[in-house]
Design a protein around this ligand. Structure first.
Ligand code: AR6
Length: 178
Protein backbone atom coordinates (compact mmCIF):
# COMPACT_ATOMS: atom_id res chain seq x y z
CA UNK A 1 0.00 0.00 0.00
CA UNK A 2 1.12 3.56 -0.77
CA UNK A 3 0.01 6.44 1.47
CA UNK A 4 0.36 10.13 0.62
CA UNK A 5 0.25 12.55 3.56
CA UNK A 6 1.74 15.73 4.97
CA UNK A 7 4.32 15.79 7.73
CA UNK A 8 7.92 16.13 8.85
CA UNK A 9 9.83 12.99 7.92
CA UNK A 10 12.20 13.41 10.88
CA UNK A 11 9.24 12.61 13.18
CA UNK A 12 8.30 9.39 11.38
CA UNK A 13 8.61 6.16 13.38
CA UNK A 14 8.79 3.98 10.25
CA UNK A 15 11.47 1.26 10.03
CA UNK A 16 13.28 3.47 7.56
CA UNK A 17 13.08 7.05 6.34
CA UNK A 18 14.61 8.08 3.03
CA UNK A 19 16.89 11.09 2.72
CA UNK A 20 17.09 13.20 -0.46
CA UNK A 21 20.86 13.58 -0.18
CA UNK A 22 23.67 14.70 -2.46
CA UNK A 23 26.46 12.47 -3.75
CA UNK A 24 28.84 13.33 -0.87
CA UNK A 25 26.37 12.06 1.78
CA UNK A 26 27.81 14.72 4.07
CA UNK A 27 24.60 16.70 4.56
CA UNK A 28 23.15 19.81 2.98
CA UNK A 29 19.96 21.85 3.15
CA UNK A 30 16.29 20.86 2.88
CA UNK A 31 15.29 17.45 4.15
CA UNK A 32 18.95 16.36 4.20
CA UNK A 33 19.81 19.15 6.65
CA UNK A 34 16.75 18.38 8.78
CA UNK A 35 17.64 14.67 8.94
CA UNK A 36 21.27 15.36 9.91
CA UNK A 37 20.17 17.88 12.57
CA UNK A 38 17.67 15.47 14.09
CA UNK A 39 19.88 12.36 13.85
CA UNK A 40 22.80 14.13 15.56
CA UNK A 41 26.53 14.34 14.81
CA UNK A 42 27.07 10.56 14.80
CA UNK A 43 25.30 10.39 11.42
CA UNK A 44 27.88 12.68 9.82
CA UNK A 45 30.73 10.76 11.47
CA UNK A 46 29.28 7.49 10.13
CA UNK A 47 28.87 8.91 6.60
CA UNK A 48 32.43 10.28 6.57
CA UNK A 49 33.71 6.71 7.05
CA UNK A 50 31.69 5.27 4.17
CA UNK A 51 33.51 4.27 0.99
CA UNK A 52 33.91 7.11 -1.49
CA UNK A 53 35.48 7.73 -4.88
CA UNK A 54 36.52 11.32 -5.53
CA UNK A 55 33.96 12.63 -3.03
CA UNK A 56 31.10 10.46 -4.30
CA UNK A 57 29.69 8.09 -1.68
CA UNK A 58 26.43 7.55 -3.53
CA UNK A 59 26.04 8.13 -7.30
CA UNK A 60 22.85 9.79 -8.58
CA UNK A 61 20.02 7.24 -8.64
CA UNK A 62 21.70 4.91 -6.14
CA UNK A 63 21.01 4.36 -2.41
CA UNK A 64 22.97 3.69 0.80
CA UNK A 65 21.75 2.71 4.27
CA UNK A 66 22.91 3.99 7.68
CA UNK A 67 21.62 3.77 11.25
CA UNK A 68 19.17 6.54 12.22
CA UNK A 69 20.92 7.47 15.51
CA UNK A 70 18.66 9.97 17.40
CA UNK A 71 15.73 9.70 14.98
CA UNK A 72 12.63 7.64 15.86
CA UNK A 73 13.13 5.44 12.78
CA UNK A 74 15.62 2.54 12.79
CA UNK A 75 17.49 3.27 9.56
CA UNK A 76 18.00 6.01 7.00
CA UNK A 77 18.29 5.18 3.32
CA UNK A 78 20.17 7.98 1.60
CA UNK A 79 19.44 8.35 -2.08
CA UNK A 80 20.42 11.02 -4.59
CA UNK A 81 17.89 12.34 -7.07
CA UNK A 82 18.75 14.10 -10.34
CA UNK A 83 18.92 17.89 -10.76
CA UNK A 84 16.08 18.75 -13.11
CA UNK A 85 17.29 20.38 -16.33
CA UNK A 86 20.94 19.60 -15.52
CA UNK A 87 21.42 15.84 -15.18
CA UNK A 88 20.95 13.87 -18.40
CA UNK A 89 18.30 11.12 -18.36
CA UNK A 90 16.71 12.56 -15.22
CA UNK A 91 13.47 10.56 -15.53
CA UNK A 92 15.38 7.26 -15.38
CA UNK A 93 17.62 8.52 -12.55
CA UNK A 94 14.67 9.62 -10.41
CA UNK A 95 12.96 6.26 -10.92
CA UNK A 96 16.27 4.56 -10.00
CA UNK A 97 16.50 6.58 -6.77
CA UNK A 98 13.10 5.19 -5.69
CA UNK A 99 13.72 1.67 -7.04
CA UNK A 100 17.16 1.32 -5.44
CA UNK A 101 15.83 2.63 -2.11
CA UNK A 102 13.18 -0.11 -2.21
CA UNK A 103 15.82 -2.74 -3.11
CA UNK A 104 17.97 -1.70 -0.13
CA UNK A 105 14.88 -1.79 2.13
CA UNK A 106 13.98 -5.25 0.85
CA UNK A 107 17.46 -6.59 1.64
CA UNK A 108 17.01 -5.39 5.25
CA UNK A 109 13.57 -7.03 5.57
CA UNK A 110 11.98 -3.64 6.21
CA UNK A 111 8.16 -3.51 6.52
CA UNK A 112 7.51 0.23 6.21
CA UNK A 113 9.34 3.09 4.57
CA UNK A 114 8.75 6.85 4.39
CA UNK A 115 9.89 8.90 1.38
CA UNK A 116 10.11 12.67 0.94
CA UNK A 117 9.52 14.24 -2.49
CA UNK A 118 12.98 13.43 -3.87
CA UNK A 119 14.40 16.12 -6.20
CA UNK A 120 11.37 18.39 -5.67
CA UNK A 121 13.18 21.09 -3.66
CA UNK A 122 16.65 22.41 -4.46
CA UNK A 123 16.83 20.04 -7.45
CA UNK A 124 13.67 21.67 -8.89
CA UNK A 125 11.86 18.65 -10.34
CA UNK A 126 8.28 19.62 -11.37
CA UNK A 127 5.84 18.02 -8.93
CA UNK A 128 3.54 16.49 -11.54
CA UNK A 129 6.40 14.66 -13.29
CA UNK A 130 8.06 13.64 -10.00
CA UNK A 131 4.79 12.35 -8.56
CA UNK A 132 4.11 10.16 -11.59
CA UNK A 133 7.64 8.70 -11.54
CA UNK A 134 7.55 8.13 -7.77
CA UNK A 135 4.11 6.51 -7.66
CA UNK A 136 4.53 4.35 -10.76
CA UNK A 137 7.95 3.11 -9.59
CA UNK A 138 6.66 2.29 -6.11
CA UNK A 139 3.45 0.70 -7.43
CA UNK A 140 5.58 -1.60 -9.63
CA UNK A 141 7.53 -2.74 -6.56
CA UNK A 142 7.11 -6.46 -5.98
CA UNK A 143 6.81 -6.02 -2.20
CA UNK A 144 3.14 -6.59 -1.38
CA UNK A 145 3.95 -6.51 2.33
CA UNK A 146 5.81 -3.18 2.26
CA UNK A 147 3.95 -0.07 3.38
CA UNK A 148 5.24 3.00 1.54
CA UNK A 149 4.45 6.49 2.79
CA UNK A 150 5.12 9.75 0.97
CA UNK A 151 5.56 12.36 3.70
CA UNK A 152 5.18 15.79 2.11
CA UNK A 153 6.36 18.81 4.01
CA UNK A 154 3.91 21.50 2.93
CA UNK A 155 0.24 21.82 2.02
CA UNK A 156 0.98 23.01 -1.54
CA UNK A 157 3.29 20.07 -2.27
CA UNK A 158 0.74 17.69 -0.76
CA UNK A 159 -1.99 19.19 -2.95
CA UNK A 160 0.15 18.87 -6.10
CA UNK A 161 0.90 15.19 -5.34
CA UNK A 162 -2.71 14.48 -4.45
CA UNK A 163 -3.97 15.99 -7.72
CA UNK A 164 -1.48 14.07 -9.87
CA UNK A 165 -2.09 10.82 -7.97
CA UNK A 166 -5.80 11.05 -8.80
CA UNK A 167 -5.06 11.27 -12.54
CA UNK A 168 -2.83 8.20 -12.62
CA UNK A 169 -5.48 5.51 -12.07
CA UNK A 170 -3.25 3.39 -9.87
CA UNK A 171 -6.30 2.03 -8.10
CA UNK A 172 -6.72 1.24 -4.43
CA UNK A 173 -3.01 0.77 -3.79
CA UNK A 174 -2.69 4.57 -3.32
CA UNK A 175 -4.42 6.23 -0.36
CA UNK A 176 -4.40 10.00 0.16
CA UNK A 177 -4.66 11.07 3.84
CA UNK A 178 -5.90 14.65 4.12
N1 AR6 B 1 10.21 16.33 5.97
C1 AR6 B 1 9.69 16.03 4.74
N2 AR6 B 1 9.98 16.72 3.62
C2 AR6 B 1 10.84 17.76 3.74
C3 AR6 B 1 11.44 18.14 4.97
C4 AR6 B 1 11.08 17.38 6.11
N3 AR6 B 1 11.60 17.64 7.32
N4 AR6 B 1 12.24 19.22 4.74
C5 AR6 B 1 12.14 19.52 3.43
N5 AR6 B 1 11.29 18.64 2.82
P1 AR6 B 1 15.14 19.01 -0.92
P2 AR6 B 1 16.19 17.75 -3.36
C6 AR6 B 1 10.87 18.57 1.41
O1 AR6 B 1 15.61 20.33 -1.39
O2 AR6 B 1 15.36 18.61 -4.21
C7 AR6 B 1 20.03 19.20 -0.14
O3 AR6 B 1 20.83 20.31 0.09
C8 AR6 B 1 11.00 19.81 0.55
O4 AR6 B 1 9.95 20.73 0.84
O5 AR6 B 1 15.38 18.66 0.50
O6 AR6 B 1 16.26 16.27 -3.67
C9 AR6 B 1 20.82 17.92 -0.45
O7 AR6 B 1 22.04 17.89 0.25
C10 AR6 B 1 10.89 19.21 -0.84
O8 AR6 B 1 9.49 19.03 -1.19
O9 AR6 B 1 15.80 17.80 -1.79
C11 AR6 B 1 21.02 18.02 -1.92
O10 AR6 B 1 22.12 18.85 -2.24
C12 AR6 B 1 11.52 17.83 -0.69
O11 AR6 B 1 11.67 17.62 0.74
C13 AR6 B 1 19.75 18.68 -2.41
O12 AR6 B 1 19.25 19.44 -1.31
C14 AR6 B 1 12.90 17.68 -1.32
O13 AR6 B 1 13.59 18.92 -1.25
C15 AR6 B 1 18.71 17.66 -2.79
O14 AR6 B 1 17.65 18.36 -3.38
Amino acid sequence: MIIIETGDITHCPDDVIVNAANTSLLGGGGVDGAIHDAAGPKLLQYCQKMAETEGVRCPIGDARITPAFNLPSRHIIHTVGPRHGIDVDSHRLLASAYRNSLIVAKKQGIKNIAFPAISCGVYRYPHDEATEIALRTCAESDRQDLQIRFVLFSADVFEAWQNTARTLELGSCVVVKS
